[in-house]
Design a protein around this ligand. Structure first.
Ligand code: GAR
Length: 206
């Protein structure tokens, strides 16, 4: 147990990606342990999920902090005090400052509901529907100082149908998110991710 990858999961809302990580850990397909769940939103349903599975959680309201750097310093303190190896952004709707990025270099992952570099930022599924693309999907990437610009680890594509709404497309993409996020974390746990500039190569893929 001692050598399991230790995760800190940051959420802001429903936490269905958190749930898929929990489920994969519980069924043994993801060899990691969640040390702490942190939400900036006290009403996030993800907190209920953490509680149900006996995972420690903390609410850290960003509005209680003078600025983004002070908020991130407290995040770093909590993550470090829980010996977190890898920080997982799972629907965490805050932009990170260098304070957090420097504390966990190449050790912060995010999932984004579009095929980056298309449709970064907010409401990606609506952006995809409005643009009229035929294919969208999701991307797991390392986080850098930009918005959804970091090195790409895995992507999965889904069709965009003529009668899709933001909601129906989001649901189709979310299913893929739940599949590929645990996979990306397991690749990290296996030491299979090799970064070369902004390219991430997958070595010894099991
Ligand atoms: C997911 O679709 C995730 O990709 C997206 O928020 C949703 C969170 O759902 N993240 C972003 O848009 C980040 N820019 P969840 O709380 O059910 O995991």
């Amino acid at each position: 147990m001692a050598d399991l990858l230790k995760l800190g999961v940051l959420i802001s809302g429903n936490g269905s990606n958190l749930q898929s990580i929990i489920d994969n850990i519980e069924k043994g397909s993801l060899k990691a342990s969640i040390k702490i769940v942190i939400s900036n939103n006290p009403d996030a349903f993800g907190l209920t999920r953490a509680k149900k599975h006996g995972i420690p959680f903390i609410v850290l309201k960003h509005t209680n902090f003078k600025n983004k750097e002070d908020f991130d310093s407290e995040l770093v303190r909590i993550l470090k005090s829980n010996n977190v190896d890898l920080v997982i952004l799972a629907g965490f709707m805050r932009i990170l400052t260098p304070v957090l990025l420097k504390a966990f270099p190449r050790r912060i992952m995010n999932i984004h509901p579009a095929l980056l570099p298309s449709f970064p930022g907010l409401h990606s599924q609506k952006q995809a529907v409005d643009y009229g693309v035929k294919i969208s999907g999701c991307t797991v990437h390392f986080v850098d100082e930009g918005v959804d610009t970091g090195p790409i680890i895995i992507q999965s594509a889904v069709p965009v149908l003529d009668d899709d709404t933001e909601e129906t497309l989001a649901a189709r993409i979310l299913k893929e998110e739940h599949r590929i996020y645990p996979q990306a974390i397991q690749l990290f746990a296996d030491g299979s991710l090799e970064t070369d500039g902004r390219k991430v190569k997958i070595k010894n893929n099991k």
